[in-house]
Ligand binder design. Structure first.
Ligand code: 3HC
Length: 387
């Protein structure tokens, strides 16, 4: 018999924690949402109410369900009360490794011995978190995307010792909460989606630092091609602090080329963090910024973003992070609202090798240099092995 899951504890009530709690409660699970102060819990709870009311207005749930779903979420500042009888604990605390290690160690001591401990980290090593516990085989990554209430993807990440039973239980749980699970076979920085997106985020930063184009000019061009949000609006939407944390983690673990762009780092230092601060790359004080379509520029080729993503996607196949092209395409489509996945976009880039070589030179970043199968003109043969 498989592992039975009824009670879920979510640690952290920020954008991700509250979204995850909502998704689990909507699927009928009893949820305990824990944060360190009541005011954070209240803010998270109000975000959930707002999201549920939006669903009710759109007829996606019944009006009467809003309070019913909210009633399934117990708020607490007491860690023991939150995890004491949980079957699964999902950690969504700030992206500070020392904090995560402390949380995992504490939770391991007080959660039931059979409970699965999952992390919603965007980039960090699940294996490192697992090692602070006495139950490495029961520690797993469960990575949701923002806004969690809407985005369909959840990456299920296998750490060094995660058991197959736990991978299966979490994959089933993801399906039960109405999401699409994609297995990540190897615990590496950024997993699939954030890893494939990392060089395009670095490119977005470099465009600003080198003053190649203005954010609105690039976003207008990208939105013209059907992306729901341009790259800079999305950075603001997710939070510039999250962007900088992610790039810094990649800088430390993957390549110094990921050093966060100075323009963005300066905004974070000024606490202009994007949507949640009312100001970031854009002004959000009157709601979501309206990008002026007439600003669309040809100073930046949209296919440059695609090229660096295809290149990185090949790297994760080579490294065994994903074991097939379909999973990578699915992850990017459901995690980043891309109409097509990177391996479905190969034909859109005229000269993939030349484009990557130019970008590497222009922005002085080795991370953009073409990987061997692209350099040797053998991408199709390479990909055929993973189809
Ligand atoms: N709860 C409930 N409903 C919501 C909602 C929420 N939190 N957010 C948006 N909606 C609803 C709106 O009410 C609207 O409903 P309707 O279609 O029935 O009218 C619908 O979603 C569309 O919203 P909007 O009209 O405001 O705007 P968009 O059409 O642009 O959709 C979006 C919003 C779904 C967020 C879309 O812009 C999108 O997909 N953006 C990209 C998001 C993305 O890429 N996220 C990943 C970020 S990376 C990440 O999370 C990794 C992590 O590790 C950092």
């Amino acid at each position: 018999m498989g592992i039975e899951i009824n009670k879920i504890a979510v640690l952290g009530s920020g954008a991700m924690g509250s979204g995850i709690a909502q998704v689990c409660a909507q699927a009928g699970f009893d949820v305990a949402m824990r944060d360190i102060e009541d005011r954070f819990l209240e803010k998270g709870f109000e975000m959930i109410r707002d999201s549920l009311q939006r669903f009710a207005r759109k007829g996606k749930i019944e009006e009467g369900d809003v309070e019913k779903i909210l009633g399934k979420i117990k708020r607490t500042t007491d860690l023991k009360e939150a995890v004491g009888n949980a079957d699964v604990v999902i950690e969504a605390v700030p992206e500070i490794m020392d904090l995560k290690l402390k949380v995992f160690k504490e939770v391991d001591e007080i959660a039931p011995k059979d409970a699965i401990l999952a992390s919603n980290t965007s980039f960090m090593s699940i294996t490192e978190m697992a090692k602070t516990t006495g139950r490495e085989e029961k520690v797993v990554g469960m990575h949701f995307f923002n806004p969690a209430a809407i985005m369909k993807l959840v990456e299920v990440i296998k750490a060094e010792k995660t058991s197959e039973d736990v991978m299966k239980a979490i994959t089933d749980l993801v399906e039960k909460v109405g999401k699409v699970p994609v297995r990540v076979e190897k615990d590496t920085p950024g997993f699939i989606v954030n890893r494939v997106s990392a060089p395009s985020a670095a490119l977005a930063g470099a465009i600003l630092d080198k003053k190649v184009a203005e954010p609105e000019e690039v976003d207008a061009r990208l939105m013209e091609l059907g992306q729901p949000m341009g790259v800079y609006i999305l950075m603001d939407y997710v939070g510039l602090d999250i962007y900088v944390d992610g790039q810094e983690y990649c800088e430390k673990t993957l390549s110094p080329d990921y050093k966060p762009a100075k323009v963005i780092k300066d905004l974070v230092d000024k606490k202009e963090l994007g949507m949640k601060a009312g100001k970031g790359i854009y002004d959000w004080s009157a709601g979501r910024p309206q990008v002026d379509p007439s600003k669309a520029t040809d100073k930046v080729e949209p296919t440059d973003f695609i090229a660096v993503q295809i290149n990185e996607a090949v790297k994760i196949l080579e490294e065994g992070v994903a074991d097939n092209t379909e999973d990578v395409n699915t992850a990017m489509k459901f995690g980043m609202s891309m109409p097509l996945g990177p391996f479905e976009l190969v034909d859109m880039v005229d000269d993939l090798k030349g484009t990557l070589e130019n970008l590497a030179q222009k922005y002085e970043k080795k991370i953009f240099e073409p990987v061997t199968p692209i350099k040797e003109g053998k991408l199709e043969e390479f990909l055929a092995k993973y189809r």
